[in-house]
Design a protein around this ligand. Sequence first.
Ligand SMILES: [Zn+2]
Length: 261
Amino acid sequence: MIDLLANLQPIVLIVMLILLYCIENMLPYLTPPANKKRHYGRNFTISLVSFLLNAILGSVLVMIVELTAQNHWGLLNQIQLPFAVKLLTGILLFDFGSYLTHNLQHRIPFLWRFHRIHHSDNHLNVSSSLRFHPIDVIVSQCIYQCLGVILIGLPITAFVIYGSISIPLLIMQHSNVRFPRRFERFASLVFATPGWHKIHHSSEQKQTDSHYGDVFTFWDRIFGTWSKKQPHEIEYGLEEFNQDKHHRVGHLLASPFKKST
Ligand SMILES: [Zn+2]
């Protein structure tokens, strides 16, 4: 069962991309970019790089998850707990680690130079979901996820369940689709819903530096890094990426290494 769930993840990612792409084009929530084709084209080009990198790093990560289980590394392998408790604790701790890493990606100027490529998008849609600089992917996958799995002693089942929630959620969070208000209100008590996550893409720094949670909203609520805003009240993007030339693929990939922007 868990193997099937793991094998389905890339298929779910592609199906979600196609499905939400169709919905956001038939019924866009917010005004789409003036040149939609160019926006999709640029973002999907960068996404292809991060998708391939994710696939390569993903297999290293799976190897680390298996090695952790075989060698009983990490916190959860040192204590006796019922399997269900271990599973839930593992998922929560892994998401907490992701929250902390995301915080650092905003607070450490060197990491922010790469992470801001994801934030520079002026219009959010499914193509923004994987608009990450390759080095940003390496930071979150290689440094955090590999280390997190080992330190937590994350069970394989917890790793697969976490991925099965976070991947579809990632596409939903960035899609230009309006989800029912009631869904947003109740689901955001636990999960980082699309409306909740969009606040993180605001051009206002106070809001950019909030709503860090990938899957759960607990950490933002506990540490006070959240605010109430509606997606239609938000202006997306970053001031230093206010011209069309700043969104060319070459510029996005090279900009972390340039002095200006
Ligand atoms: Zn961020």
